[in-house]
Design a protein around this ligand. Structure first.
Ligand SMILES: Nc1ncnc2c1ncn2[C@@H]1O[C@H](COP(=O)(O)OP(=O)(O)OP(=O)(O)O)[C@@H](O)[C@H]1O
Length: 285
């Protein structure tokens, strides 16, 4: 098992739980998008997985270890890139030489290639580059650690279009090498093309954990002139030219699958929640 969380609760001492019963199982490599409204606890959940925060109740196991114990073996197999990480004001080359050896699979060649693809200078100190260039160097380092688990918080912030494209390609290469990648983001559409699963966190719980390929079969999207042509069991969003509707009916719609609309439908829209049975790998309507 890669990750197993059972009824995780967490608060920051205020008495009110931010996470109040998160259950989560990840058993395969792949890319999972973690989405939630602002302040719902995405970063907190990543920190709990990384062992940087401790759950107030419940237990969490990552690669068979308890992250809050901070075992060396786990720290070497998991990399967490926060949205605003601390990186020394050194050149990327020096950062890799200093921090890279901690990670047994650190790939310096991949680091330099990713920097080159990102058009980032390995010999320019990070206090002399733009925000986006600094973010590229941080991402190149995170991707080059080749840890079994990679946690990325808002990774695409500051990347230009080419940067995002390169980033997505490097992620795919990571999963082909067996990595499990969890990406917390608001910018769903930017990573949607590479996601295997989507996790929706809402009201302190995992509201949905959907394998994308199955979600694409289960939900139908239609561009229509009226909000809900098939009755009231769907969700409709105003778009140029009409309404984009989502229904949990397993039909073929006339519009493309749209992850942002599905996210809105699941969080705000009261779209009927299909149960997904992890054993049979089927939805139960
Ligand atoms: N160090 C802290 N001390 C007290 N409260 C905190 C702390 N860090 C986060 N919180 C609170 O916990 C809640 C969840 O924060 P978190 O950063 O995990 O959410 P998020 O989903 O990542 O937010 P965003 O989408 O805005 O980045 C917020 O209400 C926040 O105010």
């Amino acid at each position: 098992m890669i990750l197993q969380a059972n009824s995780i609760h967490h608060n920051y001492g205020s008495g009110q739980d931010i996470l109040n019963g998160v259950d989560l199982t990840i058993s395969q490599s792949g890319i999972t998008g973690l989405c939630a409204p602002n302040g719902e606890g995405k970063t907190t959940l990543l920190k709990l997985i990384a062992g940087l925060q401790f759950p107030s109740k419940g237990d969490i196991s990552v690669l068979g270890q308890t992250p809050s114990d901070r075992p060396l073996d786990l720290l070497q197999r998991l990399y967490f890139l926060p949205s605003e990480p601390f990186f020394p004001k050194w050149t990327p080359r020096k950062i890799a030489a200093y921090y890279g050896p901690f990670y047994p699979n650190f790939n310096n060649q991949l680091f330099l290639e990713t920097l080159s693809d990102f058009r980032a200078d390995p010999d320019k100190p990070l206090d002399k580059v733009s925000f986006g260039q600094k973010r590229r160097a941080q991402l190149a380092f995170a991707l080059a650690t080749r840890t079994q688990i990679l946690l990325l918080d808002e990774p695409t912030t500051g990347l230009d279009i080419q940067g995002k494209d390169q980033f997505r390609r490097t992620l795919i290469a990571g999963t082909e090498a067996g990595q499990t990648i969890i990406i917390a983001t608001h910018l769903l559409s930017e990573i949607a093309p590479v996601l295997d699963h989507v996790l929706v966190l809402n009201d302190g719980k995992i509201h949905a954990h959907l394998p994308l390929e199955l979600a694409q079969r289960f939900y139908s999207f239609n561009l229509t002139t009226s909000p809900l042509p098939y009755g009231d069991k769907g969700y409709a969003r105003r778009v140029p030219g009409g309404w984009l509707t989502v229904h949990a009916d397993g039909r073929q719609g006339n519009a493309a699958f749209d992850l942002e609309t599905l996210y809105l439908a699941l969080t705000d829209g009261g779209l009927p929640q299909p149960g997904f049975d992890l054993n049979t790998k089927n939805f139960q309507a």
